[in-house]
Each structure stands twice: as structure tokens, then as C-alpha cells.
Design a binder for this molecule. Sequence first.
Ligand SMILES: NC(=O)c1ccc[n+]([C@@H]2O[C@H](COP(=O)([O-])OP(=O)(O)OC[C@H]3O[C@@H](n4cnc5c(N)ncnc54)[C@H](O)[C@@H]3O)[C@@H](O)[C@H]2O)c1
Length: 270
Amino acid sequence: MSYNLLKGKRGIIFGALDSNSIAWKTAERVHEEGGKFVLSNAPIAMRMGTIKELAKKTGSEIVAADATSEEDLNALVAQSVKILGGKLDFVLHSIGMSVNVRKGRHYTDQNYDFSTKGWDVSALSFHKVMQSLYKADAMNKWGSIVALTYMAAQRTFPDYNDMADNKAYLESVARSFGYFFGKEKKVRVNTISQSPTPTTAGQGVKGFDGFISYAEKMSPLGNATALECADYTVSLFSDLTKKVTMQNLFHDGGFSNTGVSKEVMDHFVE
Ligand SMILES: NC(=O)c1ccc[n+]([C@@H]2O[C@H](COP(=O)([O-])OP(=O)(O)OC[C@H]3O[C@@H](n4cnc5c(N)ncnc54)[C@H](O)[C@@H]3O)[C@@H](O)[C@H]2O)c1
């Protein structure tokens, strides 16, 4: 269902790799709500993914940018304003990758070059994106910037590895930059802490199947899907949430505030 919540709004959506990606579903929903945007992803993802299909479907242009490169980001911001015909109202950072996870390095046996790379891609890139937008004065007043995170930033999930630390950093950047973006430009910055979701990045986490079914059984409303995350993001991009900023917002069916559920208890009762 469409409510025209984003009619006349312009933005950038990072991170649509394939149709499972949270950013892909968000792009589809933003399009349905009347928003216009530029799609961006790392140059390598252009070759691997099917982003062109999404661009065609949503009438969007694609501008490649490595989110760790200030040069790429500055060019992307300038091009996006030009392509869309004005300053931006929304930006989605939906980017994550851990080299330690990819290479199977245990948390107690990190390769720090891998850690640094993963941190740059998954966490510092959010600061870089916002700094590019801020310096170019590319955001409209009452614009909205959202990044995606996971609850491992607050509580330990052993197999989430160094992504837990990256997410803690990402959430802190949202608060710190949110202060300056709010004060100077009246722009809000939030993170959405999403349920485990079957995507390329999600399934890269060791033991993901156990992880997702445990979360499903622990959440009174069940896990939030990628499409539901897209809906929530649309609400944060809309004018209905203008004073929500510097928050980490749990979108997880109640998982984060549940001590134990009946389903999980039953598992331990003979
Ligand atoms: N899937 C889950 O269970 C889950 C849960 C909570 C939060 N998240 C977060 O949601 C976000 C989106 O992930 P997803 O689950 O949709 O998976 P995904 O694999 O579809 O998306 C990750 C994206 O990051 C992009 N990326 C990687 N390196 C990049 C770089 N250098 N520059 C620009 N882009 C780069 C990839 O190309 C890909 O499009 C991530 O931040 C992830 O941590 C995912």
C-alpha cells in the first residue's frame, strides 16, 4: 500500500546488492511512496549484483562509490544533487562487511588489517558519508539519514565477531554526527537495529540458521523481515518523524526486551 509519504523527496540509497538486500526492498518501497533516488554500491558489487534491474524498475540512476573513499563519496554527493535536481532529503547507509568473518578468523584470533578494513567499510564509512553530505551542504532542512545496525552492539553474540564492535562504533557515530547535523542543518540521524534477515551479509555470519530461528522464537511478534525494515525506514524518511534523532531504534519484533519466551523455555523442559 502506498501513502505518498515521500512525494517530492530526493535521496541516495547505498547497499542494494540483490533482491534480498534490505536496501533493495527499501528502494522499492521509497519508489512506491513517490521518492526519487540515486542507487550506489561499491564498484565490485556492480559486477556481482543485479542493481541495474532495480534501477530500471525504479527509474533510478546508479553511481558507483566505494564507501571508504572520500573522493568517491564527494563525487557521488555532487552527482546525486545534479541528477535529482536539488538537495537531498534522505540517505540510507546499508553497508556491512567483515574480512575476519569472511576469512573465518575467530574473534580471539583477529587479523588486524582485516579488522581495520572491516571497520572502515562497516562503521567509519557512515562518518565519511555524512561528512561528504555535511561539507557539501547537500541535505535539505528536516532531511533524514538512516544506517542499519544489529543488537550485537549491546549484547554479545559470539559468532557476530568483529561486526559487533563495528556496529557499536556505527551507532556512536549516529549520535555524535546527529548532534551537529541537527544543530546546524536540522537533519536527523538514526540507526535501525534490525532482526536477523536472510541476505548475503546476514548469511555470512556463522550459524546464521540457528541465529535466525532462535530470534524468531524469542520475539513476541516474530522476526522483522527486510520488507518491514523498508517500511520502517520509509517512516523515518517521512515528515511524520521530524523530531526523532540520535536514536538507535530496535526493529526486532520485541526480541531486545525479551528475557525468555515460552517457546525457548519449552525447549529446556522435559
Ligand atoms: N541481514 C541481517 O541479518 C542484518 C541484521 C541487522 C543489520 N543488518 C545490516 O543491514 C545492512 C545491509 O545488509 P544486508 O543484510 O541487506 O546485506 P547485503 O549483503 O545485501 O548488503 C550489504 C551491502 O554492503 C555493500 N558494501 C560492501 N562493501 C562496500 C563498500 N566498500 N562500499 C559500498 N558498499 C559496500 C555490499 O555491496 C552490499 O550491497 C548492513 O549494515 C548489515 O550489517 C543486517
